[in-house]
Design a protein around this ligand. Structure first.
Ligand code: GUN
Length: 297
C-alpha cells in the first residue's frame, strides 16, 4: 500500500513542540516577532502570507504584516527593511517572493539582517549552510528533511533526484541532503530545464523531489517502483471549479501513486511543513538574539 504522507499531521506535531519553546521565551519576557512584507498583487502570494501570519498567531508568535504597493521604489522597501532590522521586537523578517521586476531581489535579500533572515536566503546563511555550519535553514527544504525523517525515510546512502534549481528550494535542498549529518548523507542529482533525459534520472532515484514549478511534469512512467515522491509544486491551472482554477503539483498524482512507496499530496503535503519551519526559524532567531536557550524540536 502506498503511503500518502500527511504533511498537516507532521506540521501540527512540530508546532505543538514549538509552542513550548515560545512559552520558555515568554518566561524570559520575550515574545518572538515575525514581520512579513508583501509587495505584490498576486493573490496566491497574499494567501501564502496570510497563512504564515495565522500560523504565528496559533503558537504565540507576534505577527506584523506590511503591505506595500507593487509600484513602491526599491529605496522605500529597503528603508522599511532597515527599520525592521532596527526593531528589537522583530526577530524575523520575510519578504514574500516574487517581488516586482523593478526591484532587485538579491539586493533586498542582502538588506535583511542575517540574524533575522528566517527564510535563510541571505548569502551569509547560504554560505553557512553550504560549509556545513547551518544557522537558519531555508524553510521548504528543511521541512522536506523533517517530513522524510518523521515518515521514517532514511536519506543516508540514498540516490535522491531533485528536479528544480531555484534558490528557494532546489539548490538549498541539494546542499542540505549532501551534508554529513543525520538528515543528509545522500547522493544527490539535481535536474533542471536543460537536463537531458530527465526520466532516466528520476527512474534511478530512491527519492524524487519535484520542485520545478511545472504542472504534472513527472508521471508514473518516469518513476521506478517503491520510490518516495515529494511534490513541492503548487501550480494553479484553469479548471471548472468555483474559483476557476485547481491546484496541481509537479507530479501527476494518479499515475505516480501507483509506483510510489510513499507520496506527498498537493495540497496537504510539503506546504504545511514550510510554514512549520518558518515558525521554527522565528523561534530560533528569537532565541539567538535574546540569548535564551530553548529546546527546539
Ligand atoms: N515565495 C515562495 N516561497 C517562498 C518562501 O519560502 N519565502 C519567501 N520569502 N517567498 C517565497
Amino acid at each position: 500500500m502506498t503511503e500518502i504522507i500527511d504533511g498537516n499531521e507532521i506540521a501540527d506535531r512540530i508546532k505543538t513542540e514549538l509552542e513550548v519553546c515560545v512559552e520558555t521565551l515568554g518566561n524570559h519576557g520575550v515574545t518572538p516577532g515575525l514581520a512579513t512584507v508583501l509587495m505584490s498583487d498576486d493573490s496566491a502570494s497574499g494567501t501564502y502570507v496570510n497563512m504564515k501570519q495565522r500560523a504565528c498567531e496559533e503558537i504565540g508568535i507576534k505577527g506584523r504584516h506590511h503591505e506595500l504597493d507593487p509600484g513602491t521604489s526599491s529605496d522605500t522597501l529597503e528603508d522599511r527593511i532597515e527599520a525592521l532590522n532596527e526593531n528589537p521586537d522583530v526577530h524575523g523578517i520575510l519578504v514574500q517572493m516574487p517581488i516586482p521586476d523593478h526591484v532587485d531581489e538579491q539586493t533586498i535579500l542582502e538588506r535583511i539582517d542575517p540574524m533575522k533572515d528566517v527564510d535563510g536566503f541571505h548569502p551569509e546563511n547560504v554560505g553557512k549552510l553550504v560549509t556545513g555550519d547551518p544557522r537558519l535553514k531555508p524553510c521548504t527544504p528543511h521541512g522536506i528533511q523533517r517530513l522524510l525523517a518523521e515518515t521514517g525515510v532514511e536519506t543516508a546512502g540514498k540516490d535522491i533526484t531533485v528536479v528544480g534549481r531555484s534558490n528557494i528550494v532546489g539548490k538549498p535542498m541539494m546542499n542540505l541532503l549532501v551534508q554529513k549529518d543525520n538528515l543528509g548523507n545522500a547522493t544527490v542529482t539535481t535536474c533542471h530545464s536543460r537536463t537531458n533525459n530527465l526520466a532516466e534520472k528520476t527512474r534511478n532515484a530512491d527519492i524524487v523531489i519535484a520542485a520545478a514549478g511545472v504542472p504534472e511534469l513527472i508521471d508514473g512512467s518516469m518513476l521506478s517502483e517503491d520510490t518516495v515522491v515529494i511534490d513541492v509544486g503548487v501550480n494553479r491551472v484553469d479548471a471548472d471549479t468555483g474559483k476557476g482554477y485547481e491546484l496541481v503539483g509537479d507530479i501527476e498524482f494518479e499515475s505516480a501513486v501507483e509506483q510510489a512507496d510513499a507520496i506527498t499530496p498537493v495540497p496537504g503535503g510539503v506546504g504545511p511543513l514550510t510554514i512549520a519551519m518558518l515558525l521554527y526559524n522565528t523561534v530560533k532567531a528569537a532565541s539567538l538574539q535574546e540569548n535564551v536557550d530553548v529546546d527546539l524540536p
